[in-house]
Design a protein around this ligand. Sequence first.
Ligand code: SF4
Length: 470
Amino acid sequence: MSESASTSFPQRAARAIKDEFLQQALAIATTRFVNSRNEVFQAFPQGEALRDRARQIKEAVLQRLDHYLEQLTDNVERLGGHVHFATTAEEARGIILSIARENRVELVVKGKSMAAEEIDLNEALEHAGIRVAETDLGEYIIQLAHEKPSHIIAPAIHKTKAQIADVFAKELRHQVAADPEVITRLARGALRDKFLQADMGISGANFAVASTGTVVLVTNEGNGRMVTSLPRVHVALMGVEKVIPSMTDLVVFLQILARSATGQKLSAYTTLVRGPRQAAELDGPQEFHLVLMDNGRVKQLAGPLREALYCLRCGACLNVCPVYRQIGGHAYGDTYPGPIGILMTAMLRGNGAVKDLAHASSLCGACAEVCPVRIDIPRMLIELREHLDREKIAPWPERVIFKTYARLLGRPALYRLAGPVSRLMQRPFVRQGRIRSLPLLFRKWTATRDLPPVAPRTFRERWGELERER
Ligand code: SF4
């Protein structure tokens, strides 16, 4: 049983907060991402208008998703590729497994793909006797460490350099210095043979352009190019929402994606894949398959999480989130971490799966501020909490407390009375001007911090006094 299946979110979060290595790794990486993102946007005044434009494009795509998917399918097939539609994760795995079996695949090289993580593709391939080699450096590290990604774009963000050197020493039987250049050189050497031996390459897709049938990969390591061009079969797996209308739209997204993700003006590699190798081309696969995956997305076109389908998976909302920055990605317990991850988990597994996670946000709004397509994550989280309450998924004490509070706020006379009553009730608990521990249901509020007592006078009382003094 995985750790996330056997522990609760509060337990995982508490453990993450106590993990000094994790705290150190998270602080360094997220701070670097946030600073770079802010600097690059400050020097790019047109960025704000492009974010608005990108949002409009995403909304326009969702309004005619069927049309753009049909257009994409026609164009991929015109180029000699095959298009498959998977309604569920199981179907997507089944499609990819049968392509692998038909082609007698023994070794797969993979580019980074959150969609593949979403459907546990590696496990399915390995279960079928097919070896899988991750080729993105971060993914390679966590594959060696037998872990899952903890960030959308930086899967090994939770590891320090020293920890990575230890993993290499243990798994590759090769002592290495805790130096990124040395580690990268070793990984490159280990992966080169795999690229040459692999029968199949599997990638995700950052975008797919409907009008041309082009699948677009945005990477920094060049492994995406090798995965899509060296093996004889290439399979690209993408969520249906990744389709965009035209190359002109692609230019809009490319200008804001890397800036939001890593603070780069553009990623080092932007790979455009157009079907299998054509007659006059020197490289490329003999077969190209595009798997378009629904897995709960289409239902949200008319659902409360519709806006989450705009997501570009840049990871910017994770880097600024005060909760993610403390607990990292594994504590969320599912494929997608961070604020957008809570919404994605609700989309993929239903509201019951985020009963605790829905509260893993301070609703500070930092995520919405940096999101390149301006997804209003805090609004959706509040609505999600409301659904949990309405569907009676939230724990009963929470429902009782918030119902009582709502009644109090809705009745001015009761609200006015709440001040003096609270002052009276808190008396036994106030010590030296602080509330250090509360009993029963309120115990957790004071388990790790003191609370300030209710003020001796409310704002209204103070205001009244000031008015009288004038
Ligand atoms: S929600 Fe916005 S900021 Fe977060 S990963 Fe998606 S596009 Fe990036």
